[in-house]
Design a protein around this ligand. Structure first.
Ligand code: C2G
Length: 129
């Protein structure tokens, strides 16, 4: 049972998120998502449209996602990898290099982002209609 983890805010869920989650799941058998809490989003200088509970509800409905845990701070990843017996850590390549410290604990893979879509773009495009 190969266990994969990824992290994110996953607000205003779109096909870029789904492409990431699908590819992450394909790297193993069980996918955990560390979902940024509303408090952590403030630390990330991000404001999500949907609350943590609603973003969690939406993620749990995705066939590729097996478990959602809260992401409260930048410093929990090593513990998460250990506690959840993670084999592979995956993030979009906009994070390339940022999490290489995890290579001591698991495989670290950065995947190409899906171009042409982002939560910010959705918000901006909607403002201009
Ligand atoms: N993503 C993607 N293609 C897009 C948009 C997002 O592949 N067009 C990926 C991102 O690279 C990330 C994941 O989808 O791996 C979730 O994106 P966000 O919710 O924007 O994640 P972020 O706010 O970058 O949070 O500790 C890590 C942070 O919590 C990551």
């Amino acid at each position: 049972m190969k266990r994969v983890i990824t992290y994110g805010t996953f607000d205003l869920l779109h096909y870029g998120h789904i492409n990431l989650l699908r590819r992450a799941k394909e790297l193993g058998d069980y996918l955990i998502v560390g979902l940024s809490t509303d408090e952590f989003n403030t630390i990330k200088h991000k404001e999500a449209y949907h609350s943590y509970m609603n973003r969690k509800l939406i993620l749990e409905a995705i066939r590729y996602v097996d478990k959602v845990i809260p992401e409260n701070d930048w410093n929990q990843k090593i513990a998460d990898v250990k506690d959840n017996k993670i084999d592979v850590f995956v993030m979009g390549e906009d994070w390339k290099g940022h999490f290489d410290f995890l290579k001591d604990y698991c495989e670290v893979i950065y995947l190409p982002r899906t171009s042409g879509v982002s939560t910010t773009k959705i918000k901006n495009d909607l403002h201009s209609v």
